[in-house]
Design a protein around this ligand. Structure first.
Ligand code: NAP
Ligand code: MG
Length: 401
């Protein structure tokens, strides 16, 4: 069989620990035998980030802007323990944070739904994609622990010196204070990323905040979304037969629980943090969650939502067998290959991505899976496979399709 040709390279960001092991197996077993794989390779493994003073991460983000599509392996975000483990020169920043800042992107997370791994919410039949605004609010706050009586004020000094002042509270005793912000630019980027992603995946878009209580702050999010929708997206949505609507966050939560799924739920930063963990755990497993970073100008970076699975890696290093689930990492590759195919008009590449996803799902639905899924499946008589054998079983299924 002739290998599928690629015209434009994918930006390949290698990573750390167990996911780095899976990365290599996926390429060798599931990709290279079928595709004349063209990638521009960046090693985001912690050793290389340290050697290059993290320049490799910045270069990989720039390459993503240039080519438009990247696929990323999970990476270690250094903490104190990693400083000694990897003899780091500095506590390098999270690569995801660096890439997100460079692309000004929004993160979309969606579960991979298979028969036999049932969501806890029984009416959820299709995936719910969570879009989380990744800038500002409580994540960039300024806080004061108020020691005692006094007056708290909100003061803005404009560039020309004009002041705007509001009383927050007259304290009669100790308490707490918090200042948060966001920018119209960041909110507009978030809105555009959501509208583009909805069009791209042909799914309805829901957006919710607490604008009835937060009449300026949250209301500003609502207004920016609505303006951009009316000006740039309304006609496109109507043509695609999809819907955008805004509702209150409490109403959204109630409706999500009763919905069938198959839509995108856009959330402010904090709501997105909390709700994405709720949605992903209700769908079954972090190992079945994909994640894609989309920039407002249509650049895509695909990855798994989970980390480097450190515990399994140490077992692997000790020579023990592991049963690590590679599904989300496989879907990061198929997502990137499909998008590359779409941008290049490469139908074969798109069909390959579809077929590999189908083979992965069919393998699990036939009862062959890793341990994490075996623990939660409703299927009977399952075969628990180790990390490598699971990938080999997917390859076998792929060859029969
Ligand atoms: P993790 O790698 O997501 O793993 C946490 C636990 O979840 C694992 O120990 C395992 O449970 C289970 N798990 C996650 N993915 C799995 C898979 N594919 N197959 C089977 N089980 C899976 O999170 P972590 O241990 O907190 O973090 C490890 C490293 O990853 C950290 O250095 C962190 O900085 C990094 N991280 C990176 C990213 C990213 O690059 N996007 C995201 C998150 C974390 P059991 O041990 O019970 O089997
Ligand atoms: Mg969280």
């Amino acid at each position: 069989m002739e290998k599928i040709k690629m015209t434009t390279p994918l930006v390949e960001m290698d990573g750390d620990e167990m996911t780095r092991i899976l990365w290599k197996m996926i390429k060798e077993e599931l990709l290279i035998p079928y595709i004349d794989l063209k990638t521009e390779y960046y090693d985001l493994g912690l050793a290389c980030r340290n050697e290059t003073d993290d320049q490799v991460t910045i270069d990989s983000a720039e390459a993503t802007k240039k080519y438009g599509v990247a696929v990323k392996c999970a990476t270690i975000t250094p903490n104190a323990a990693r400083m000694t483990e990897y003899h780091l020169k500095e506590m390098w920043k999270s690569p995801n944070g660096t890439i997100r800042a460079a692309l000004d992107g929004t993160v979309f997370r969606a579960p991979i739904v298979v028969k036999g791994i049932e969501p806890c919410v029984k009416n959820w039949k299709k995936p719910i994609t969570l879009a989380r605004h990744a800038y500002g609010d409580v994540y960039k706050n300024t806080e004061i622990k108020v020691p005692g009586a006094g007056k708290a004020e909100l003061l803005f000094t404009a560039a020309d010196g004009t002041e705007m002042r509001e009383t927050i509270h007259e304290f009669t005793g100790p308490g707490i204070l918090q200042g948060i912000h966001n920018t119209d630019k960041s909110i507009a980027s978030f809105a555009k990323a959501c509208f583009n992603y909805a069009l791209d995946t042909k799914q309805d878009l829901w957006f919710a905040t607490k604008d009835t209580i937060s009449k300026k702050y949250d209301h500003n999010f609502k207004d920016i979304f609505q303006e951009i929708y009316d000006e740039e997206y309304k006609e496109k949505f109507e043509a695609a037969g999809i819907e955008y609507f805004y509702t209150l966050i409490d109403d959204a939560v109630a409706r999500v629980m009763k919905a069938k799924g198959g839509f995108i739920w856009a959330c402010k930063n904090y709501d997105g943090d909390v709700m994405s963990d709720m949605v992903s755990s209700a769908f079954g497993s972090l190992a079945m969650m994909t994640s894609v970073l989309v920039s407002p100008d249509g650049v895509y970076e695909y990855e798994a939502a989970h980390g480097t699975v450190q515990r399994h890696y140490y077992k692997h290093l000790a020579g023990e067998e592991t049963s690590t689930n590679s599904v989300a990492t496989i879907f990061a590759w198929t997502g990137a290959l499909r998008k590359r195919g779409e941008l290049d008009g490469n139908k074969e590449l798109m069909a390959f991505a579809d077929k590999l996803e189908k083979a992965t799902i069919a393998t699990i639905e036939s009862g062959r899976m890793t341990k994490d899924l075996a623990l939660i499946t409703s299927l009977k008589d399952v075969t628990v496979l180790n990390s490598e054998d699971f990938i080999k079983e997917i390859k076998k299924t792929f060859e029969t399709l």
